[in-house]
Write a protein that binds this ligand. Structure first.
Ligand SMILES: [Ca+2]
Length: 217
């Protein structure tokens, strides 16, 4: 557990989230293959980038367990005061830290989001995004792996898992459509109100599809 270095940064980030957001963006959408992919021109504020010092964990996602609070993540609330993204102590597992997203206003899904960017993926590998989550009511969130810059293409994952009011593991596997060093792993919450708790986020490279009999559905 390493949270000591991030208190000020988190407070700064959350203050900015409520006042101006940790980064701001203008967004529109492109429909492709039956789903809408986010199109954003995201401009990080310097404060957002410096909101904490992430100690990389060496995986495709850094600190998916939030031991460093939000140091490794970009939290972005577009409409000031409409949502709150923070980490809390897990009431079910003392000593564990989890992410909590409270969305007070139904809005565009991408307007309440958190993500990691500049992830490296390889073309036609099977990847699995896993996490556990619960919500205050039955609701969906969305998770995606996509290009972190124009034209904001999907790299193969767009899912809208429906959460329950008890913790539930989620595993979503996909075959990557590109080799890239600018992949963004993101979660969106704006299109439903209520509270979501998330922990244990991982993105695992299962291997090249030539070497696999199957990529799990
Ligand atoms: Ca955790």
């Amino acid at each position: 557990m390493n949270r000591s270095h991030n208190g000020i940064g988190l407070a700064l980030c959350l203050t900015l989230s409520l006042a101006t957001s940790c980064g701001s963006s203008d967004a529109d959408f492109e429909q492709s293959n039956g789903v809408f992919h986010q199109q954003q021109s995201l401009k990080h504020s310097p404060e957002a980038v410096m909101a904490g010092t992430c100690v990389p964990s060496g995986g495709l996602v850094d600190d998916g367990g939030f031991d460093q609070s939000l140091s490794c993540w970009v939290a972005n609330v577009h409409m000031p005061g409409s949502a709150l993204i923070s980490t809390i102590n897990d009431p079910d597992r003392p000593g564990n830290t989890i992410l909590r997203v409270k969305n007070f206003v139904k809005q565009d899904f991408y307007k309440v989001q958190f993500y990691q960017e500049d992830r490296t993926i390889a073309l036609e590998h099977c990847y699995c995004l896993s996490f556990r989550a619960k919500s205050s009511g039955l609701r969906a969130i969305s998770a995606q792996v996509y290009q972190g810059g124009p034209p904001w293409a999907s790299y193969g994952l767009w899912v809208t898992p429906r959460l329950l009011t008890s913790w539930k593991p989620e595993v979503h596997c996909f075959i990557s459509s590109s080799s890239a060093t600018d992949a963004r792993v993101g979660f969106n919450f704006g299109d439903n109100v209520g509270t979501v708790w998330i922990d244990n986020i991982e993105l695992d490279d299962i291997g090249a599809i030539d070497d696999l009999d199957a990529c799990p559905p």
